[in-house]
Design a protein around this ligand. Structure first.
Ligand code: NAD
Ligand code: GLY
Length: 370
């Protein structure tokens, strides 16, 4: 089953004037009409990075030139290790130094790192300016550009400083994925696979059947993966925008994964790679809690492997690996009163948030780390 490649739309329904659309299709960033939602005549700033700028900034600027008489661009250094206060300040320096007013529209042209930082800058600048997400990685198209989570990292914890702040629109141009390195495509597949065990096992079946086509960048397969992932995320965010409950299921694999990212040093493992291994660990914990059987864990592990992702966690501390994981996971945003809470699979296609005894978590870490 695949979608046609003509542009499609997924609505993020927040129940108020902040509702917006995700446009999914080809050739979108070259078309003025893709950005109709942004107010004409206002100044604008494209925020991007040193890898994406030479590939796509001119095309986007061409589509925006008629809408924004003053259009600037800011090129940030590339990498998860730059998702910091310093980079955020570069955005504010550009905005304040250039005299950009509160009607300025920000365009985030890049992967999740650029998207998360630009969104956070938009949330803060003059107490909030409009922004548009133009995601250029698979991971950003299926997850990070959607739903309004924005953040930077802190050395003590991933995405710990941030805000909920929704974009005006998300424009997913599938053509941009053609230049994505294979390792980054695999990282994006981790977030695609995630939607199966937490919400839709029929989608999981489809991913299993199409994983080779996805890795080969088959346009129709990618279109369907982006479309279905965005639909599932839209449904969850529409019910629980600020993660008072349900939205936490989108963090399946992330509690372990964030510990890998912070423990190894940001950028050593890609976010999607850490989520891949983290999902195996979370599935294994689900099995230890008696919620799923070994066959389910094996099936998920196989698919993560076929996606080109690691299925074993990193050793982040040679002396006390499990202890270091536990220490890092206690600063996870889901933790309450120092008690770590995990997204576990409560039967295929259903996820819940649960605490687990440290001893059990230690066993899982010891068993799942290389
Ligand atoms: P990324 O932004 O670092 O991009 C990955 C790499 O691909 C970078 O080197 C980038 O320059 C390059 N790149 C981007 N687009 C390209 C293209 N079209 N062609 C060639 N190269 C391209 O990483 P990512 O995987 O997109 O995002 C990871 C980040 O997203 C993490 O910081 C994670 O915390 C965040 N995230 C946020 C949310 C959310 O809800 N806000 C959800 C998931 C992940
Ligand atoms: N990526 C998790 C969320 O958006 O809630």
């Amino acid at each position: 089953m695949t979608e046609s490649l003509s542009a499609s739309r997924v609505r993020i329904d927040l129940g108020d004037e902040r509702c917006y659309d995700i446009a999914i299709g080809t050739g979108l960033i070259a078309q003025q009409a893709s950005f109709d939602v942004a107010r004409a005549g206002t100044p604008a700033l494209i925020v991007t990075n040193s890898t994406v700028a030479p590939l796509y900034a001119d095309t986007l600027a061409g589509a925006l030139a008629g809408r924004h008489p003053r259009l600037s661009r800011l090129v940030l250094p590339d990498g998860e290790q730059y998702k910091t206060w310093d980079s955020l300040n570069l955005i504010f320096d550009e905005l304040l130094g250039g005299g950009f007013d509160r009607k300025t529209t920000l365009y985030a042209l890049g992967g999740g790192v650029v998207g998360d930082m630009t969104g956070f800058a938009a949330a803060c600048y003059m107490r909030g300016v409009p922004f548009v997400q133009v995601p250029t990685t698979l991971l950003a198209q299926v997850d990070s550009s959607v739903g309004g989570k924005t953040a930077i990292n802190h050395p003590l914890g991933k995405n710990m400083i941030g805000a909920f702040y929704q974009p005006l629109a998300v424009v997913c141009d599938l053509d941009l994925l053609k230049t994505l390195p294979a390792r980054e495509l695999s990282a994006g597949l981790a977030e695609v696979i995630k939607y199966g065990p937490i919400a839709d096992m029929a989608f999981f079946d489809w991913i299993e059947a199409n994983i080779d086509a996805l890795r080969a960048c088959d346009p129709a397969a990618l279109a369907h993966a982006v479309q279905r992932s965005c639909q599932i995320k839209a449904d969850v965010v529409g019910q629980d925008e600020r993660e008072s409950g349900l939205r936490a299921i989108l963090n399946f694999g992330h509690t372990f994964g964030h510990a890998i990212e912070a423990g190894m040093g940001y950028g050593a493992w890609l976010h999607g790679e850490a989520v891949g291994a983290g999902m195996v660990m979370a599935a294994e914990l689900s099995r230890e809690l008696g919620l799923v059987d070994a066959a389910f864990v094996d099936r998920l592990t196989q698919l993560i492997h076929r996606a080109g992702l690691p299925t074993r966690g990193a050793v982040i501390d040679a002396a006390d690996n499990a202890g270091r994981y536990l220490q890092l996971m206690r600063v996870d945003k889901k933790a309450e009163d120092g008690e770590i809470r995990f997204v576990v699979i409560d039967g295929p296609g259903r996820a819940v948030v649960r605490a687990a005894p440290d001893a059990l978590v230690r066993q899982v870490i010891d068993r799942c780390c290389a």
